[in-house]
Design a protein around this ligand. Structure first.
Ligand code: PHB
Length: 401
């Protein structure tokens, strides 16, 4: 047991014995489970609320709150106390910020985050403390591969999942030589894994890999290099405010009508207004599309837009599903989140009825889900079809327990 875990279990012991003394002196020795259920569930958000991913954090929080509000605003009858930390998408503060929620606020559940580098800090704290952790975005592979854990569940994707579906439709359209461009950090590197696999398997060649540090948006020199390389297409991973700037700069450099732009679908999520006409025609693959024509998606979109005066995007959906997954687990253990075996079992076997379509959890706790091929049309991510069904991450190296 680590020193940290010893500290935690000692604190738990002290607070439990204090409760028992209090109860017995009042003449009623309540079983611990009743005490636990009468307490509020402490739910912590660790998300970016500033910086290039700020909007993503807001959409995730909205989605979680909406799912829980739809079921009466409680978890299996227990009220919720919410906590929030702005992680600023700053990896160097990842551990410290996660500890604020786990040690200072003593949350029962930590929901976070967006940025893969920051997620590695959360993963460390989650593995050390055993606190239930739900990842509503960050796609860093390690979290559900070599560093997977029984108490960590992801409701989003691994970064290789969307790009795993990207290569084939590009080659089918005769785009056989591509330049890859991304922010150089875990998310971009992991996204390249999926693109490389799918594109080369379909017969494509990546002629150059370009990168710049996150969250740098000085794209000019790289766009000039792309113009000189004259590939058939460009494929990329960018997201948030930086993605909108990339599409605007790509168009302004005169590349939009010459070299088709493709990407992991985050490129066009939540930024279509900011990108304006520069986004029209951009092709992407992702596990969601605004125009998915299902009653479930339409009901979700209408409710979200009504409640938040914003159009939902994939981040809102992933947050919504984090809320749904938590509700499912809490219901299965009647609100007793300390019943970990039953809680995790329920979460592992849940079938989530998502606006993106139904999905299940892989053994490593990552969604198995369909990937859609989309095109931006009149400011909307229009679905062209399913690019690949039931895409699962490899989960390589994951050993639970
Ligand atoms: C990530 O860092 O894993 C990440 C960030 C933003 C996205 C997708 C993935 O839209």
């Amino acid at each position: 047991m680590t020193a940290q875990a010893r500290g935690l279990s000692r604190r738990l012991l002290l607070s439990r014995s204090a409760a028992v003394v209090g109860a017995s002196s009042a003449g009623l020795l309540l079983p611990e489970i009743v005490r636990a259920q009468s307490n509020k569930v402490r739910v912590g958000f660790m998300l970016p609320f500033t910086g290039t991913y700020a909007q993503l954090g807001v959409a995730i929080e909205n989605g979680v709150r909406m799912a829980i509000a739809e079921k009466g605003g409680k978890l299996a009858g227990r009220e919720i106390e919410w906590f929030k930390v702005d992680d600023e998408s700053e990896p160097s503060k990842g551990v410290e910020n996660a500890q604020k929620l786990v040690q200072r606020d003593k949350v029962d559940v930590l929901i976070g985050t967006v940025h893969s580098g920051v997620q590695m800090g959360i993963q460390r704290v989650a593995r050390d403390s055993g606190v239930l952790s739900i990842i509503p975005n960050a796609g860093v592979h390690a979290a559900t591969r070599a560093l997977c854990a029984p108490n960590v569940f992801r409701t989003s994707f691994t970064n290789a999942q969307p790009t795993q579906a990207l290569g084939k439709p590009m080659v089918e359209r005769g785009l056989k030589k591509a330049v890859w461009i991304t922010w150089k950090y875990a998310a971009g590197d992991d996204a390249l894994e999926g693109f490389k696999n799918s594109y080369t398997k379909a017969g494509g060649t990546i002629i150059k890999e370009l990168g710049l540090p996150f969250p740098n948006v000085e794209f000019q020199a790289l766009l000039t290099e792309i113009a000189n390389l004259k590939p058939d297409a460009v494929a990329c991973f960018f997201a948030g405010a930086g993605a909108a700037k990339f599409m605007r700069d790509y168009a302004a450099a005169g590349l939009k009508d010459k070299i088709p732009l493709w990407g992991s679908g985050f490129l066009t999520e939540g930024v279509l207004e900011a990108a304006g006409p520069a986004a029209e025609g951009v092709m992407t693959t992702l596990h969601y599309a605004d125009s998915l024509d299902t009653p479930r998606n339409q009901q979700f979109r209408t409710a979200y837009a009504g409640q938040f005066k914003l159009q939902p995007d994939v981040y809102a959906v992933q947050g919504y599903d984090a809320g749904q997954l938590l509700l499912r687990g809490a219901d299965a253990v009647k609100g007793d989140l300390s019943n970990k075996a039953a809680l995790y079992k329920a979460m592992e076997t849940a079938v989530i009825d998502s606006p993106r379509g139904r999905w299940t959890m892989s053994k490593a706790h990552n969604p198995v889900q369909d990937m859609y091929l989309r095109v931006v049309e009149k400011g909307d991510n229009k679905v062209l079809g399913v690019a690949e069904k039931a895409v699962a991450d490899s989960g390589a190296g994951c050993r639970m327990g």
